[in-house]
Design a protein around this ligand. Structure first.
Ligand code: GLV
Ligand code: MN
Ligand code: MN
Length: 399
């Protein structure tokens, strides 16, 4: 079965008729359907599927065990996301197992295909939730209290999915079984297009995090409140978007994005009483990321004061920059005949795992360069090239 056929089989799951693309979020109905699909595809290949304490799926080729070669990615998406971010790595891993079998290869180390839950943080707000829980990068109690926009807590969602919230948290056993982790992913940018190469190796990930800014003013009537009498939190929120653009433009290589604003109560003829705004900020290192955020935070305080509003800033997640293991990068590039080595601005479970186990990533060319949007793309031929490259890498690692 080809990667394209596998992705085609899930092309209706979580399709978002309103936003376009896909909305598949941790443990929602689309995600549960995808998890069932993965379990079925793994079973079709004779792989034994386990669910770990934090809801990650593990499909084992042979006996589960230590020093395993592990590959995989995620099946959830951002709201209105593309078809490839996550699912490509899972589908390519399944096809890589098929290819290895066709080649008559038998692994000399345990080999597993994994699916990490809620990588995008699209439902509970914390990116790489599954790998952060497994590695202890997020505390159990704080994670279980996270809630989705409908007020459903992670604890509730896990219980609805048949998982026991009491077992959630750092999973030493699961982590210690990983000898090496390789995640294949669609490239989120045009590096491979410019280099005219279908596949590359990841070099590094930017430092990045998410901050929630809450501006509080006075809710009131849109017609009856004189302009001079207003304390409208939407005004500093609007200024904040521009301040984020200015701050990131001034610091080389940094990025700042406001992709979500929620005014409360959210009526056309109502001055909001509060506005929540989420900032995603990234840069090449901790120092520059913190500098961008400090600049934006200072602007937030000034903008709020100018409007007679209050502001609070809460760091919801943070991860320092990751440079993938140089020796492993070189080794895998060599296995693939010398492929490009590319940095990325996107976060990944592989980035979380890299602090604990030897970790690498393969990227597959994305001709649009777009990601986190329906235009994200990889050609069928490049998806197959990616699966072949992953098979080569797994064969090398599990030889
Ligand atoms: C996930 O893809 C992220 O970079 O936020
Ligand atoms: Mn993503
Ligand atoms: Mn991803």
């Amino acid at each position: 079965m080809s990667v394209a056929a596998l992705l085609g089989a899930i092309s209706a799951v979580g399709a978002d008729g309103r936003r376009g693309g896909f909305s598949r979020h941790g443990f929602d109905s689309a995600d549960m359907e995808l998890r069932a699909w993965f379990t079925e595809e793994a079973a079709r290949r004779g792989l034994a599927v386990e669910t770990d304490r934090n809801g990650a799926l593990w499909a084992w080729w042979g006996e589960p065990g230590d020093d395993a070669v592990v590959t995989g990615s995620h099946l959830d998406s951002v709201p209105g996301g593309g078809a490839y971010d996550g699912p490509l790595g899972v589908a390519a891993a399944l096809v890589a197992v098929d290819l290895l079998r066709e080649r008559g290869f038998t692994p000399n180390r345990p080999l597993a295909v994994t699916v990490f839950p809620e990588e995008e943080g699209g439902r509970f707000g914390l990116a790489c939730l599954g790998s952060r829980l497994m590695t202890g990068a997020v505390g159990t109690a704080a994670a279980l209290r996270l809630s989705d926009p409908d007020g459903v807590t992670l604890a509730d969602a896990l219980a609805s999915a048949g998982l026991d919230p009491a077992h959630v948290g750092r999973d030493e056993r699961a982590l210690s079984r990983i000898g090496v982790f390789v995640e294949l992913h669609v490239e989120q940018g045009r590096g491979l297009v410019d280099l005219d190469a279908p596949v590359g190796v990841a070099h590094s990930i930017l430092a990045h995090g998410r901050w929630r800014l809450r501006f509080t003013g006075e809710g009131n009537h849109a017609g009856a409140t004189l302009m001079a009498d207003r304390r409208d939190p939407m005004v500093p929120a609007a200024g904040l978007v521009l301040a984020a653009r200015r701050a990131a433009t001034a610091i080389a290589g940094s990025r700042a994005t406001v992709g979500r604003i929620v005014p409360v109560p959210g009526g056309t003829n109502v001055i909001p009483s509060t506005v929540d705004l989420w900032l995603d900020a990234r840069a090449g290192d901790d120092l520059r990321t913190r500098a961008v955020v400090a600049e934006i935070e200072a602007a937030a305080r000034e903008l709020a004061a100018d409007e007679g509003c209050a502001v609070t800033v809460t760091e919801e997640s943070y991860g320092d920059a990751v440079v993938f293991d140089a020796a492993l990068r070189e080794e895998l590039s060599g296995v693939l005949g010398g492929v490009p080595d590319l940095p990325t601005g996107a976060g990944h479970d592989a980035g979380i795992l890299a602090a604990h186990v030897p970790t690498a990533m393969l990227f597959v060319r994305n001709p649009t360069g777009v990601s986190h949007a329906p235009e994200e793309f990889a050609s069928d031929a490049d998806c197959e090239a990616g699966a072949r490259a992953l098979a080569d890498v797994l064969a090398h690692l599990a030889r």
